[in-house]
Design a binder for this molecule. Structure first.
Ligand SMILES: Nc1ncnc2c1ncn2[C@@H]1O[C@H](COP(=O)(O)OP(=O)(O)O)[C@@H](O)[C@H]1O
Ligand SMILES: [Mg+2]
Length: 286
């Protein structure tokens, strides 16, 4: 198993009148190199699950497994683990605390004890990986940036430690279409070129649907579905009943298929849809 959980259960404030069972008996595993999605409506346990995957939260019972080993609770071990498994929180820019973009991205490498030359290299490399121009932005105040740039700085801050797994909690929240596209292009590049395993959570299936290899669906803290994207997305009615509509273009393809048009319904982008429909048109003409 590369990264996953075994019978993971998490209760907040156990033993108090406020006890909330946020996760119940969750077992799954993602493979190295996966582009994985964790989907579920608000309150289904996505953020709780994600924070277990790099050891920020401790299981009430069950375990989190990375490379076949229980990640355990040894402090040194956890610090090493957090270098390899990077986590970008939801709305990460709300937690910026530095005066400059450089210092914001330099925080983690400085914390790891790298000397200033190495820190500089890591910051520049991380900013470049996100497509930001280090020379233009390094001395800027993080709050002067656009919403999309801020999100990228937050991602650079995590990439600065060269993680092997990048986890992002609802990364597209509050971003408009152009920024979303930019973000997904970046994540696709990191997944394909840098071979990073990417795990993202979302309560809204957008562009992420087209990129997913494997999908985990949460429903009120329980695992509702887990498997290859084509399998999970094939269970459209069940997803719908959870308030998780497939992307509009996929719904249209289902509509066409129901009307008897021989199109694939595993279509998540306009480009793929156009290709499918053109195929049918060509077949009709010949
Ligand atoms: N710090 C916390 N203390 C108590 N309950 C929490 C805390 N964080 C989340 N919860 C509860 O756990 C459940 C799952 O929440 P969360 O993991 O944030 O879901 P999601 O990210 O899918 O919206 C919800 O019922 C939520 O109210
Ligand atoms: Mg959440």
């Amino acid at each position: 198993m590369f990264i996953g959980t075994e019978q993971l259960t998490h209760t907040y404030m156990p033993g108090t009148p406020f006890a909330t069972k946020a996760l119940h008996d969750i077992s799954f595993n993602f493979k190295q190199g996966d582009f994985a999605l964790i989907i579920g409506p608000s309150g289904s346990g996505k953020s709780t699950l994600i924070q277990h995957l790099n050891g920020l939260l401790k299981p009430t019972s069950g375990q989190v497994v990375f490379e076949g080993k229980n990640i355990g609770s040894d402090k040194q071990e956890l610090l090493r683990l957090r270098k390899r498994i990077g986590l970008v929180f939801q709305m990460p820019e709300e937690q910026f605390f530095s005066e400059t973009v450089f210092d914001e991205v330099a925080f983690a490498p400085r914390n790891q004890g790298f000397d200033e030359n190495e820190v500089e290299n890591k910051v520049i490399e991380a900013l470049e990986k996100t497509g930001l121009d280090p020379n233009e932005l390094r001395m800027r105040h993080p709050f002067q940036l656009s919403a999309g740039q801020k999100r990228l700085v937050a991602i650079a801050a995590v990439l600065s430690l060269n993680p092997e797994v990048l986890i992002l909690d609802e990364p597209t929240v509050a971003l408009d279409t152009a920024y979303r596209k930019n973000l997904f292009d970046l994540l696709t590049g990191l997944n394909h070129k840098e071979k990073l395993t990417i795990i993202i959570s979302t309560h809204h299936l957008d562009e992420a649907a087209a990129l997913a290899d494997r999908v985990l669906v949460l429903k009120q803290g329980e695992l509702a579905m887990f498997g290859p994207a084509v399998e999970v997305f094939g269970r459209r009615e069940e997803l719908y009943s959870l308030g998780l509509a497939l992307p509009p273009v996929t719904e249209i393809m289902h509509g066409l298929a129901e009307k008897g048009m021989p199109v694939s319904t595993s279509v998540y982008t306009l480009q793929e849809a156009r290709r499918e429909i053109n195929k049918v048109k060509r077949r009709d003409r010949s």
